[in-house]
Design a protein. Structure first.
Length: 332
């Protein structure tokens, strides 16, 4: 019987997945000895973190200050107690851990074959261990599952599928749409009401008062959006990196009182990013939305009907199908 895959377990396994992917990127730089060292450390850290995820799930409150051999023994005991397959790969994990110590503490440069072996072995270990212990697919582990809003989660899943399939244009357009539509602090609306914004400006005509108030509201809305973005990133550089790699979206709408048609054209601002950069962008967006949720922000696309319709259009978008028609009123 597998262990329950709750939110905390999902987060831990997702971090393991990200550790492995980061090490895998370093492992591809075969001509760089330092990259090989980073890869070995990363692969071992992913394996060790996965074992400690088992400790956290099956033995809450257990100390994480434990030697690696004792960690292997403890995991064997826990697996047996839970009726799960035994840890038959302990010696190989311990060998990798010793290689990691040599790299990290003695500055030993690993052979290219050692890096390749570690990549293949840890990948196989993570796949089988996550499947046996939690009944989950290691390849698909993502924080997207922690996004509460159904439409936002659907958009991010489609972005993930597109990026994995190499369709980076639509994948990053979807990720960027989710980011821009969800980065608001709606609880500030009541604090900065229109009346408050204009009440301290005396000697104005009603028309000028409305114009000034609308301008202040627009500035307020921009400040709110920027502050929410900043709250989700550790540096302006991360945000700048996202905004430089996402495609531009030229969207518009037309229609009558019964129906409205949305259209969109996508294109790269500059050169297209590679798949690794696209994965980073999607992870940044997902991490941001999950972070906003933890702060009590709704972080949903469906705050505006236009956002919802454009999301539906982007999900189905291709070069031939770049417009969609929606009823203005819900069907009876």
């Amino acid at each position: 019987m597998t262990l329950p895959l709750d939110d905390r377990s999902t987060r831990r396994l997702t971090i393991v997945r990200q550790l492995f992917l980061t090490a895998e990127v370093a492992a591809r730089d075969r001509g760089n000895p330092v990259a090989g060292m980073i890869a070995i450390v990363g692969f071992d850290l992913a394996a060790e973190s996965l074992l400690k995820a088992l400790l956290a799930s099956a033995s809450p409150g257990h100390s994480y200050d434990i030697t690696f051999p004792d960690l292997l023994k403890k995991c064997d005991v826990l697996l047996t107690q839970q009726g799960l397959p035994a840890l038959s790969v302990g010696p190989r994990l311990y060998h990798l851990h010793k290689v990691r110590n040599g790299v990290q503490h003695d500055a030993r440069v690993p052979h290219v074959q050692e890096v390749d072996d570690a990549r293949l072995y840890v990948h196989g270990f993570c796949q089988s261990f996550v499947r046996d212990v939690w009944g989950a697919d290691f390849e698909s582990m993502s924080l997207i599952e922690l996004v509460r809003d159904n439409l936002t989660r659907r958009v991010l899943h489609r972005a993930q599928e597109d990026i994995a399939a190499g369709n980076l244009l639509r994948g990053l357009a979807l990720a960027n749409h989710a980011f821009l539509c969800t980065c608001e602090f709606p609880f500030l609306d009541s604090l900065f009401s229109g009346g408050y914004l204009s009440s301290r400006v005396n000697g104005m005509t009603p028309e000028l008062r409305r114009e000034v108030t609308n301008g202040l509201k627009a500035a307020r809305d921009d400040a709110v959006s920027v502050s929410s973005m900043m709250a989700a990133t550790t540096s302006i550089g991360d945000l700048s990196r996202l905004l430089t790699m996402v495609p531009w979206v030229d969207s518009g709408s037309s229609g009558n009182q019964d129906q409205i048609t949305y259209s969109a054209k996508l294109g790269w601002k500059d050169t297209a990013p590679d798949e690794s950069a696209a994965r980073w962008a999607l992870n940044f967006v997902v991490d941001s939305i999950v972070s906003w949720q933890q702060q009590g922000i709704s972080a949903v696309i469906a705050k505006h009907k236009d956002h919802v319709h454009l999301a539906e259009l982007l999900i189905n978008w291709d070069e031939q199908k770049y417009s969609m028609t929606f009823d203005r009123r819900p069907s009876p």
